[in-house]
Structures are given as C-alpha cells and as structure tokens.
Design a protein around this ligand. Structure first.
Ligand code: 5AD
Ligand code: SF4
Length: 470
C-alpha cells in the first residue's frame, strides 16, 4: 500500500514542534526572517511553498534576500549535474552570513541531498550547514529546526523507505492567481538516465478528496491557473486503497464551477490513455495543452532509456491528441547525447521533431547521474558532438516553433495576464491557454483573463493587443 498517512501521534508532534519553534525563534521579540532559495522543477516550487507555509506558521516572515535572515533554506535539484553545481555554489555563498552571525540556521533540502554522497559532502565540506532533509521528509522540517535551535547536533537525513503522504503542512503560495497542486509524489519508472526515483522514492498518491478540496478552495479564492503535479500523473491512485485514477481525478476537478484553467504535468507517453485524451477534449476547464516527453525519436535509444514505448506508439498517441483536441499545444522533452546515441539515432530524433511539429521542445544534454544504470553504460557521446547536436536540434525546432506561432497571427485569443516583464516594464506578460508566452505593450493587472488580438509572432513569444477585458 502506498498511501500511508501520518499517525495521530506524528501529527500531534508536528504541531507541538511548530509551537515550540515559534516560542524559541521569536523569543527576541522581533519576528525572525526566512529566505528560501529554490532550484529545479515545479514540484520543488510546490515543496518550497510548503516550507514557506510551515516557516510562517512557526512565526517567521518570508524575505526575498538572504542577508539578515535568521533561517536560510536551499531547496535543491539533482536532475542534471549543472543544477547540483549551482546549488552547491549558492550554499557556498552563505558561508560568510553564518560567519557574520553564527545564530543563522542554514538548511538544505530537496533532491540533491537525498543522495548519500551529497549528504556526506555537505556534512564534511560545508560545516556551516545545520541540517538537511529530502522531499519525503518535509513534515519533519519543524522537528529538525527545533532540535538545532536547542543546540542539537547537525543532522543529514536520507529518505525513509516508506514515506508517508502528510496533509498537515500549510502552503504559502508565491502567486495569487497561479497554483501548483501536488497529487502524487515519487516515481516508479526508473528511466535509465533519471535520478528522480532514487531521490523522491516510490509513487504515492494523495487522497482524491484532499486534492479536490484543495482545488475547490483555490478556485473559491480566485486562482485562475491551477496545475496538478506529479512525476507521472498517469499512475495516480495505482496501488492505493481508494478507487480513482488520474482521468477520474481530472474529471472531478473539471466539474468544479468557476473561471479557471486546469493543467497537469507530467504525463508519461507509455500510460497516456485515450480516456485521458477524451477527458481533456471534453473538459470545461482543462487547458488544451499536452506535455508529452518523448526524450528521443530512436527506438534503440528509447529502449536503452527504459522508456517503455516505441516511436510508433508515441506518434500514435500524438495523432490521437491532435485528432481529438484540435488546436492542442503540444510540447516535449528531449535528451541529446544519451550514451550510445549514434548520428543515425540523433537524426531519428530530428525526424520525430519534423513529424510531430511540437509547439515547444525542452532539450537537455545528457548528464550522467551516479547510481543510475545509464551512468555505467559505455558509448559516451563526447561533449563537442553533443553540443553540435543540440545546436542542430535548436535550429530545427526554432523554425518549427516560429511556424506554429505564425498561425496565431490575427487571431483573437483569451490569455491570462502574469504581471510586467522584468526586462521591459511597459510590457505585460501573458500566458495563452496552451501555455505560450504572449506580450502586450499595455499595463494590465496580473491574474486577469483578457481577450487579445495576436499582432505578431516569433519562435518563443507572441505579440498582441487588448481586444476586450473578459
Ligand atoms: N540528463 C539530461 N536530462 C535529463 N532529464 C532527466 N534526467 C536527465 C539527465 N540525467 C530531463 C528529461 C526529463 C526532464 C525533466 O529532464 O528530459 O523529462
Ligand atoms: Fe525520471 Fe522517467 Fe520518472 Fe520522469 S518518468 S521522473 S524521467 S524516471
């Protein structure tokens, strides 16, 4: 069984720890500050919102810079080496903050520190880090913090074998109109390149009533863009005591009245069913958008990646999506330079891109992850070849994306405003239903659905002007 709850005792302890930290950390009279730095995917962002919620409930106020904070939390990613290096370098920058004020607590959480070797490295080489914990232990954050505030020893926790699905942590959301809702945690797929199943553990799902209650509450509070999150949403509910699969969950969330868009990610191509495609096609709120990570267009590479589908099966699913959901925006992930990838294998990926005509492609150069099967595969693709392949892929896809976007010219579409552009404050950034970026040269408050006319397009962004406010 994979839907283990916290025991009443564990819940009681959680709340007692929250109270004790509140007393101890706020003893000086002033409200202590917490700074949270997040790397990685949306799942990590959702986790950080829980850390922020717990910190607030413990009396901390959220601040947007590390200087002056009493508590610093770094939420790390391990999916590629680059992400780990960046997290380690940022943690390194906090050394002087601890030197200036030894009472500052520095905690590290997330995927990187769920690997024994990284936890050891932190313990040995980063003596100013107070404690670390993985994604399955978020609810232990108050206990770990309390222990350290009381002068306890440094603790570097590794993931438990049977992690629970706690429902007690509050969420402090980073946005007032866009929200992440985790529906499940972990992954059982063991794609040969991927560290996620090792660091996030086995799949476990939240109760459908808890998910639906959260979505209903968000809609009632005016949230407009709600994304259901899981590493592989198609396995939602598998092996659980309740009887509800992902399609059913999506239908239930779609049944909630209100003005909102419902998205989900990520769907594994091996389990994307015709029923799910029907649920999107017939949905009232479900965005006509599908992120379906292909990873490669070569059957030989897909087999070595342990993806569980062939190119033909993948393109058949894609055909069904395009047929049943007209105008659906389709995106994918591609890994370039997987061990053993030949020039011919890579050309198969390029031909998949030509055939599929994705709206967006997120491409990554393969990064060996210690402990995964692929890290021990021979046939490494040298960095120069991988870089050249990536360049060719980007050139091809830029042309395809530009062409797909050009088809929007002159159309009137509904978009959600997302605030001013950081680089040009005269521009309001918007997202289309399919998740494309659109700029308007007018100032509109964020979190509002507006109708725009598309006036220009490029490969990465559409341009538009207000047609009317909805
Ligand atoms: N190297 C490169 N890319 C990876 N991804 C996952 N693991 C690796 C790795 N070891 C990519 C996959 C996945 C996305 C989130 O990250 O494309 O879909
Ligand atoms: Fe990693 Fe594959 Fe699971 Fe995605 S489905 S998280 S790529 S193991």
């Amino acid at each position: 069984m994979r839907d283990i709850k916290l025991s009443p005792e564990e819940e009681r302890k959680y709340f007692a720890d929250v109270e004790s930290v509140r007393e101890l950390a706020g003893a000086g009279g002033r409200r202590p500050g917490v700074y949270i730095r997040t790397f990685g995917c949306q799942q990590n962002e959702a986790d950080s919102e829980k850390i922020a919620g717990m910190a607030e409930s413990m009396g901390y106020c959220i601040q947007d810079r590390p200087e002056g904070a009493s508590l610093i939390v770094v939420n790390t990613c391990a999916v590629r080496e680059h992400a780990e290096k960046r997290a380690l370098s940022v943690i390194g920058q906090y050394k002087h903050l601890k030197a200036a004020d030894p009472s500052v607590i520095i905690a590290v959480c997330g995927c990187m520190v769920s690997q024994g070797k990284r936890a050891d490295q932190l313990k040995r080489s980063y003596p100013y880090v107070d404690f670390s914990f993985g994604t399955s232990d978020l609810h232990l954050f108050p206990a770990l913090l309390l222990d350290r505030l009381k002068g306890g020893r440094r603790v570097f926790r590794l993931p438990p074998d049977e992690p629970p699905v706690p429902e007690i942590m509050p969420t402090e959301r980073g946005s007032s109109y866009r929200a992440w809702v985790s529906i499940m945690y972990g992954c059982n797929n063991f794609c040969s390149y991927c560290i996620v199943p090792y660091v996030r553990g086995r799949e476990r799902s939240r109760e459908p009533d808890a998910v639906i209650g959260e979505v209903r509450d968000l809609v009632a509070r005016g949230y407009r863009d709600i994304t259901l999150l899981g590493q592989n949403v198609n396995s939602y509910g598998r092996g659980c005591s309740f009887d509800c699969d992902f399609t059913e969950l999506l239908r239930r969330a779609d049944g909630i009245d209100g003005d909102f868009l419902l998205r989900f990610m990520t769907s594994h191509p091996k389990d994307a069913t015709p029923e799910l495609i029907d649920a999107i096609a017939g949905g009232r709120h479900v965005a006509r958008q599908f992120h379906l990570p292909a990873q490669s267009g070569s059957d030989a590479v897909l087999r070595a990646m342990n993806r569980g589908y062939t190119r033909e099966k993948y393109t058949e699913t894609l055909r069904l999506i395009k047929e049943k959901i007209p105008g659906c925006v389709v995106s994918t992930d591609i890994i370039v330079g997987f061990p053993g990838e030949t020039e011919a294998n890579f050309e198969d990926t390029l031909s998949l891109l030509r055939e599929a005509e994705f709206d967006m492609v997120f491409s990554f150069i393969y990064s060996p992850r210690a402990g995964t099967p692929a890290a021990a595969f021979g046939g490494a693709v040298d960095a120069k070849t991988a870089g050249e392949r990536m360049q060719r892929l980007l050139e091809l896809q830029t042309g395809i994306s530009a062409e797909k976007n050009a088809a929007y010219t002159g159309r009137e579409i509904r978009v959600l405003t997302c605030g001013r552009s950081r680089t040009d404050p005269s521009v309001t950034e918007c997202r289309t239903e399919g998740g494309k970026l659109l700029h308007i040269r007018q100032t509109v408050p964020e979190g509002v659905f507006v109708k725009v006319k598309v006036t220009g397009t490029g490969a990465f962004v559409l341009e538009g002007e207000l047609a009317e406010t909805i």
